[in-house]
Ligand binder design. Structure first.
Ligand code: SF4
Length: 427
């Protein structure tokens, strides 16, 4: 069969899709571009916002338009929480939630597979297989790979549907994860991005700690650079910060969800930290890694975010060494506790707050880049080249370019950062 895939949402989804396609190719199928005619279309879905769900529906319609005879398998988070709705969309052949999506290659191989629904419809169902944890990584790019080390979440923040879609926190053991890292070495990737839903809870079901995994990974020969895709501030221990500062291969780049700079809004969100804790983590990072890049997720327009609370968020972010923001606009997610909270923010105000946070993010990012001009940072060059230039990331996540040189593809080189070689791009 010719198989095409489309992935929506987070890096975790990309790692999972890539793993599925690698297994399908090993079974003799041909992987083709999403825009071409295929026999099977796989759509790995997201449910984090209403916009993400709309994109899932659009992708389903696109697949059906490209080949009305093709099978369409809808998998992942949206498939987990809205299976009944998705099954009724014309062209959909198979719906697999998160707890069964890794079975797709076996289902495709079995004869006569037909439309099959997961539990769903009405209130979202928690993923049923709480312990299954297939270690997966993305491939196809020898420069960087996304390595899924953890899945699920027990936190149930009031705005978030992910615990319903991905179930409770789960991971493999440190030993199993290190074995898989060895396979990634064999594929030749130079940089590994550790991904998960709530990565800092890695190992909790086995009585192990995330920092022990980091220590083990740092000792794996053949992997030169690691990034931690995201970690909750309350789980970012001083042990982890100090370890990263002195490690062989972990890069000075952190992604620490903030969501709001108002303690009142953080409480309504049921986040497990306050602004004082968040500030202390960032100051600690900058104390031991002054050039570290620190990104923060932030949500605009959650319940309780009146002008006074929003002003607190703006001034809190402004006062911190945050390099840039990932800004999300709050939208109601079915089944979440936020639906029952008061203090709703009108939708136009949510968008206005989003806009102001994006402006703040751009200013913070410019300030971060200015602080790095004149410094030398190691850059991993990528294979893609346009107009005789090639691009890469510094260790502290600044995008830079240089004239194309085939011998530099996938090589790490110290680069003096200048206003000319830094690429400004939306983060
Ligand atoms: S920590 Fe909160 S926001 Fe993150 S996945 Fe868990 S419930 Fe969702």
């Amino acid at each position: 069969m010719k198989i095409a895939a489309h992935t929506l949402g987070c890096k975790l989804n990309y790692a999972e899709t890539s793993d599925l396609l690698r297994r399908m190719a090993a079974l003799g199928h041909t992987i083709v571009d999403w825009n071409t005619k295929a026999d099977l279309y796989i759509i790995n879905t997201c449910t984090v916002t209403a916009v993400a769900e709309k994109k899932c529906r659009t992708a389903i319609h696109q697949a059906h338009r490209k080949n009305a005879e093709a099978r369409v398998a809808v998998i992942g988070c949206f498939a987990q929480v809205a299976a009944k709705d998705i099954e009724s969309i014309p062209g959909v052949t198979l719906v697999l939630g998160n707890d069964r999506k890794h079975l797709l290659p076996a289902i495709v191989e079995s004869e006569g597979w037909t439309a099959e629904g997961e539990s769903g419809g009405g209130a979202p169902a928690v993923a049923s297989d709480a312990s299954a944890f297939p270690l997966q990584y993305s491939s196809g790019d020898r420069t960087r790979t996304f390595f899924k080390i953890q899945d699920g979440c027990d936190y149930f923040c009031t705005y978030c549907a992910i615990p319903f879609a991905r179930g409770r926190s789960k991971s493999a053991t440190v030993e199993e994860t290190l074995c898989m890292a060895q396979r990634i070495v064999d594929e030749g990737a130079r940089e590994v991005v550790l991904t998960g839903v709530n990565t800092g809870t890695f190992g909790q079901q086995h009585g192990e700690r995330f920092v022990d995994l980091l220590r083990g990974l740092d000792a794996v020969e053949g992997i030169e650079r690691y990034r931690i895709s995201s970690i909750e501030p309350n789980l970012l221990t001083d042990d982890i910060i100090d370890f990263v500062a002195h490690s062989r291969a972990f890069l000075p780049h952190f992604h620490i969800p903030l969501q709001a700079g108002s303690d009142h809004v953080l409480q309504l969100m049921h986040r497990r930290y306050d602004t004082a804790l968040y500030r202390s983590k960032l100051l600690r990072i900058k104390e031991v890694m002054p050039d570290a890049c620190i990104a923060a997720d932030i949500m605009a327009g959650f319940n309780g975010e009146n002008e006074e609370e929003f002003a607190k968020t703006l001034s809190f972010v402004d006062s911190l060494p945050i390099s840039y923001l990932h800004v999300f606009t709050y939208s109601d997610r079915p089944g979440t506790a936020a639906l029952r909270l008061g203090e709703k923010v009108p939708v136009p105000v949510r968008h206005e707050h989003t806009h102001r946070l994006l402006e703040l993010s751009e200013r913070k990012h410019n300030e971060f880049i200015q602080s790095q001009i004149g410094k030398e940072r190691p850059v991993l060059w990528e294979s893609k080249h346009v107009d005789m230039t090639m691009e890469g990331w510094t260790d502290n996540y600044i995008r830079v370019s240089r004239p194309y040189d085939a011998s530099m593809v996938n090589a790490v080189e110290p680069v003096l950062l200048t206003a000319e070689n830094i690429l400004r791009q939306e983060m």
